[in-house]
Design a binder for this molecule. Structure first.
Ligand code: CTP
Length: 389
């Protein structure tokens, strides 16, 4: 939950909300009436992708004044004005935000923004000390140009910093110091300058893995092949198109990685010849035959050619509908690829690719099932990382 209060920095809350959304989180905004004088409700709704709540007396049947706080895993108030900070310190509940904060058991993070004199005022300092003593995390304020011509301490911390520090509070930093390389999306093999052979992978599972690893403190490189989703802020992003480009990018980044997760759907074959110009119908008969040659197996190369004690994780997308046969395919695949773990999921016209949810099981080298998960791709990503951690 992101609380937005009424200061000029409220427009920057849009960046904070966007940061959480791009990191894969479901964001619910509670804005004070004063906040809505600085930033429009439609903006907050569009960016958060959820209805924005302001009124304590709206939706009373849903007991909203406690429901939002109870449902939250993390509560962030950005910007927090001097007035809101005073209210939070006193435990006042005269608006929806105050009720929400009192009703939550989730960690609370506040990002103050105000003029320097207000920040240094003894009342504000005492309120901040009270909140800190209660375990509230304070991000910023930063020093710099303020609203007028003056400058000093009181600027809202940058949205990226607020998102990063808030997630660090909510999520265990069990991957701190680990370097994780994730591939995502689907490779495309050119037929001619305008056409390609590709697959339906959107890159959401790979991007969610990158986002989840970042939020747990890892240093993440995301090699993205034609992804249709946003890459999480904070990852080193390498964009590739074809399998050859993916192979080259993996080769240059894998040596620095402690964990390599091959979530990308890699084209197994590519056209032997790529036409220089667009293939024209009038030059063909009633049919068109493309000769395909096999691409290198990147995962097998990583699995069988180790540079150290890195963990190599493969994905296997299978259309097999029988559970036992699916498992058997996964066991053969992990052996063939030499991977340490294989995340097995069923794909089909309506399963796996392009979907928001995923159902997977994870095999270890011995072929034993070490994890089973079903849910949003972000929650599945966390379960995979739990196993690796
Ligand atoms: N993979 C790879 N290089 C390839 C093909 C696949 O690195 N040329 C990786 C994928 O990133 C994935 C795993 O291997 O992590 C399994 O991909 P999948 O397409 O399920 O397996 P294939 O080896 O292509 O076998 P098949 O298509 O015959 O099931």
């Amino acid at each position: 939950m992101v609380g937005v209060t009424g200061g000029i920095a409220a427009y920057k809350a849009v960046g904070v909300i966007r940061g959480f959304v791009l990191a894969g989180h479901d964001v619910h905004v509670v804005a004070t009436d004063a906040a809505l004088r600085f930033v429009g409700k439609p903006t907050l709704e569009a960016i958060s992708r959820n209805i924005v709540h302001t009124d304590l007396y709206e939706g009373v049947a849903a007991v909203r004044h406690v429901a939002i706080g109870q449902a939250a895993d993390l509560v962030v108030v950005a910007p927090a004005t001097a007035n809101t900070i005073a209210k939070l310190a006193a435990g006042l509940a005269d608006d929806l935000l105050g009720n929400t904060v009192l009703a939550t058991t989730a960690p609370l993070v506040i990002a103050p923004a105000m003029h320097t004199e207000m920040w240094h005022n003894a009342a504000t300092a005492a309120n901040i000390a009270t909140l800190r003593a209660r375990g509230v995390t304070i991000v910023g304020p930063a020093s710099g140009q303020l609203t007028g011509s003056d400058s000093g301490v009181g600027r809202l911390a940058e949205p990226e910093q607020i998102v990063r520090e808030a997630l660090a509070v909510a999520v265990p930093q069990d991957l701190a110091g680990r370097r994780i390389l994730v591939t995502a999306g689907g490779t495309r093999e050119a037929i001619d300058p305008v056409r390609f052979i590709g697959n339906r992978s959107s890159g959401l599972q790979g991007a969610s893995l990158a986002a989840a690893a970042l939020s747990r403190g890892a240093t993440v490189t995301l090699i993205a092949a034609n992804i249709e989703v946003a890459a999480p802020a904070g990852a080193t992003l390498v964009t590739v198109g074809s399998t050859a480009e993916l192979a080259e990018a993996v080769a240059s980044h894998a040596k620095l990685a402690d964990v390599i997760i091959m979530a990308a759907a890699v084209a197994d074959y590519r056209p032997r010849d790529v036409a220089d110009g667009k293939i024209k119908k009038e030059n063909q008969g009633d049919g068109l035959t493309l000769e395909l040659v096999k691409n290198p197996d990147i995962l097998a190369g990583l699995g069988h050619g180790r540079h150290g004690d890195e963990i190599v994780v493969g994905f296997a997308a299978e259309t097999e509908t029988d559970d036992a046969a699916l498992l058997a395919l996964g066991r053969q695949k992990i052996t063939r690829k030499g991977a340490d773990y294989l995340v097995l999921n069923r794909v089909g016209w309506t399963e796996g690719f392009t979907q928001a949810h995923n159902t997977v099981l994870m095999l270890d080298k011995a072929g034993d099932i070490v994890m089973e998960a079903s849910g949003s791709k972000l929650s599945v990503a966390h379960r995979i990382l739990d196993t690796l951690a």
